[in-house]
Design a protein around this ligand. Structure first.
Ligand code: HEC
Length: 195
C-alpha cells in the first residue's frame, strides 16, 4: 500500500512546506528545480513543434505530434529511476494518460485552484511519497489549454467535422474535448525513485 503525504499542504508552492522533516525537504528541493526545468523544456518544445506543424501542414497532420512526438519526448526524458508523462482527468489516450491516485488528487486540486482564480500556468506540486519500493519524489505541473489546443480539445464549435472524424476513429473513447481557453487540460507528471 502506498502511503500518500497529505497533498493539500503541499500544493502550489513546495517551499512552503513546514511539516516535512528537514532531510526530506533537502532531498525534495534538489529534485524540484530539475523537474521544473524538465517540465518547462518539455512543454516549450512540444508547443513549438505543434505550432510549426499546424502552420506548415495543417491541423490534421498535427495529430501525429500529440500522438507520436509527445510520448517519444516523454520517453526520452525518462530513465531507469525517472518517469515523465502527461496525465489528465479526461484523457484522450486512456492507456497513457490516466492518472494514478496521487496524480488524480493533484489534478482535482488544480481544477479547484483554477475555479478559485489561480492561473494554471503557475500551478505546480511536489511531494515525497513512501512506497514499498522506497521513497519516491513526485512533481506535477499543470498544462493550460491555449488557443491552438482548442482545435483538438475544444467544444463542438472549435473542432472541424473532418478532425472530429479522425479523432473518433483513432480514439473511440476520447474524453479530451469540451475544454475552454485557460482551463487545466492536464499535467506533466514526473517521478523519481530515490535510492
Ligand atoms: C492536432 C490535434 C491536437 C492539438 C492541436 C492538441 N492536441 Fe493534445 N492530444 C491530441 C491527441 C491525438 C492526443 C492523444 C495522444 C496519445 O495518443 O497519446 C492528445 C493528448 C494530449 C494530452 C495527454 C493526455 C490525454 O488526453 O491523452 C495532453 C495533456 C494534451 N493533449 C494537451 C494539449 C495541449 C495543452 C494542447 C495545446 C498546446 C494540445 N494538446 C493540442 C491532439 C491534439
Amino acid at each position: 500500500m502506498k502511503k500518500h503525504l497529505i497533498i493539500s499542504v503541499l500544493l502550489i508552492q513546495c517551499s512552503a512546506l513546514s511539516y516535512a522533516a528537514e532531510n526530506d525537504l533537502t532531498i525534495q528541493q534538489q529534485y524540484v528545480e530539475e523537474s521544473q526545468k524538465t517540465a518547462q523544456e518539455f512543454m516549450q518544445t512540444l508547443g513549438k513543434t505543434l505550432k510549426t506543424q499546424i502552420e506548415s501542414s495543417g491541423i490534421e497532420s498535427a495529430i501525429s505530434v500529440c500522438k507520436q512526438v509527445a510520448p517519444a519526448m516523454a520517453a526520452q526524458y525518462s530513465n531507469q529511476s525517472r518517469t515523465v508523462k502527461r496525465v489528465s482527468l479526461k484523457p484522450r489516450n486512456q492507456s497513457q494518460g490516466t492518472p494514478d491516485e496521487w496524480e488524480r488528487k493533484t489534478l482535482e486540486y488544480f481544477n479547484q485552484a483554477q475555479k478559485d482564480g489561480q492561473l494554471p500556468a503557475k500551478m505546480e506540486v511536489s511531494a515525497l511519497e513512501k512506497t514499498d519500493a522506497g521513497q519516491v519524489f513526485r512533481y506535477m505541473k499543470a498544462i493550460p489549454t491555449q488557443a491552438m489546443c482548442l482545435k483538438c480539445h475544444g467544444g463542438e464549435q472549435d473542432i472541424s467535422a473532418n478532425l472530429r472524424l479522425l479523432l473518433t476513429s483513432e480514439y473511440p473513447n476520447d474524453l479530451a474535448t469540451g475544454y475552454s481557453l485557460g482551463e487545466v487540460r492536464g499535467a506533466i507528471s514526473i517521478q523519481h525513485i530515490l535510492k
